[in-house]
Design a binder for this molecule. Structure first.
Ligand code: NAD
Ligand code: TYD
Length: 353
């Protein structure tokens, strides 16, 4: 038996592949385009492991995906592949449309053909799990209840709009063709192998390099944070027992304003790797121009997943963020390799001089 994972060299995908093979001998076919966000170093510990088959390629490449499906006959597909960074989607939405919308559509088409041709038993057992985000719902005001699975879609960035479109396509393939799909919408993840363009790893990396810690606007925007390995365990749970055609929210009830996140990261670094001059890292905080259309608050109501499938996160924010900061301190060679020329070009574009 095998499963096909797309985007398995990215942040969450690589954590998922490592987590999966840590608990199962079922082969993972890992299809990843290796964009700037894909990094095979995340999977270095699987070198020589026959249970991991890596294929570089695009989810939108119908012929390639058809060949992989025919060859490996996976019983499930978990779709992580996406362009995922809101700020990049503001500078250039094109790739978000190509991968998140057209790529997902092509993947659905090739899966429809594969699934349609399966024998009855395999057909009934097959699953497509589509990994999505809470950002499709748009922004909450202070005091609004957290997003439930029936909340109206109101995406505000090219990223979230493209993810919303992909969710709608997945839903339509279930309702129209009966495809056995599951969708998860998760809140902000953090943890090992997180590319340092996103808030938490960017703050750790910049702090250690003595660079400014750029907080957008007033830093009071709220995100709901989940340790990445808890997201992985939720996906396993939904894949195993989720009801077909259903959406499940994944979150850890950890709403925090950005500034508090940055203060927490600084305090952990003060403790674990104090600055040579004895000054606190929070001195490096710099307020910069806000993100255009910046969503004020996200919050996930994960009760359906908890009550129906008995899932619970293993980490609190306090334990998860401590592990994360420690991981970055212990994995400085990984960080150094990621901070390549391409990364520097992005930082110059986004944060200027
Ligand atoms: P990421 O940007 O770190 O990784 C994306 C991966 O997809 C990369 O390895 C990249 O090479 C690959 N990829 C991109 N385009 C591809 C294509 N056309 N074909 C094949 N591979 C392609 O993203 P992530 O943070 O790991 O997010 C994974 C998924 O989870 C995304 O769908 C994202 O929308 C969703 N999600 C992320 C978060 C979060 O906080 N990071 C929260 C909720 C949901
Ligand atoms: P990010 O990690 O990009 O995730 P998302 O936009 O998908 O929620 O950003 C998290 C929050 O941190 C978001 O409110 C924007 C803010 N932020 C900063 O204040 N400064 C930064 O340099 C970055 C990258 C993000």
């Amino acid at each position: 038996m095998s499963i096909l994972v797309t985007g398995g060299a990215g942040f969450i995908g690589s954590n998922f592949v490592l987590d999966w093979l840590g608990q199962s001998d079922e082969t993972v076919i890992n299809l990843d385009k290796l964009t700037y966000a894909g990094n095979l170093e995340n999977l270095a510990s699987l070198q020589g492991d026959a249970r991991h088959v890596f294929v570089q390629g695009d989810i939108g490449d119908f012929a390639l995906v058809a060949r992989l499906l025919a060859e490996h006959q996976p019983r499930a597909v978990v779709n992580f592949a996406a362009e995922s960074h809101v700020d990049r989607s503001i500078h250039g939405p094109g790739e978000f449309i190509d991968t998140n919308i057209v790529g997902t559509f092509q993947l659905l088409e090739v899966l429809r053909a594969y699934w349609g041709g399966l024998a009855d038993e395999s057909k009934a057992a097959f699953r497509l799990l589509h990994v999505s985000t809470d950002e499709v719902y748009g922004s909450l005001a202070k005091g609004d209840p957290a997003f439930t699975e029936t909340h109206r879609y109101e995406p505000n960035s090219p990223y979230s709009a493209s993810k919303a479109a992909s969710d709608h396509l997945v839903r339509a393939y279930h309702h129209t063709y009966g495809m056995p799909v599951l969708t998860t919408n998760c809140s902000n993840n953090y943890g090992p192998y997180h590319f340092p363009e996103k808030l938490i790893p960017l703050m750790i990396v910049n702090a250690l390099a003595g660079k400014p810690l750029p907080v957008y606007g007033d830093g009071q925007q709220i995100r709901d944070w989940l340790y990445v390995k808890d997201h992985c365990s939720a996906i396993r749970r939904v894949l195993a027992d989720g009801r077909l055609g259903e959406t499940y929210h994944v979150g850890g009830w950890n709403e925090k304003p950005n500034l508090e996140i940055v203060h927490t990261v600084c305090a952990l670094l003060d403790e674990l790797r104090p600055r040579a001059d004895g000054q606190p890292y929070r001195e490096q905080i710099t307020y910069v121009t806000d993100r255009p259309g910046h969503d004020r608050r996200y919050a996930i109501d994960a009760r359906k997943l908890e009550q129906e499938l008995g899932w619970k996160p293993a980490e609190t924010f306090e334990t998860g963020i401590r592990k994360t900061v420690a991981w970055y301190l212990e994995n400085q060679p990984w960080v150094a390799n990621v901070l390549s020329g391409g990364y520097r070009d992005w930082v110059a574009k986004q944060y200027g001089a």
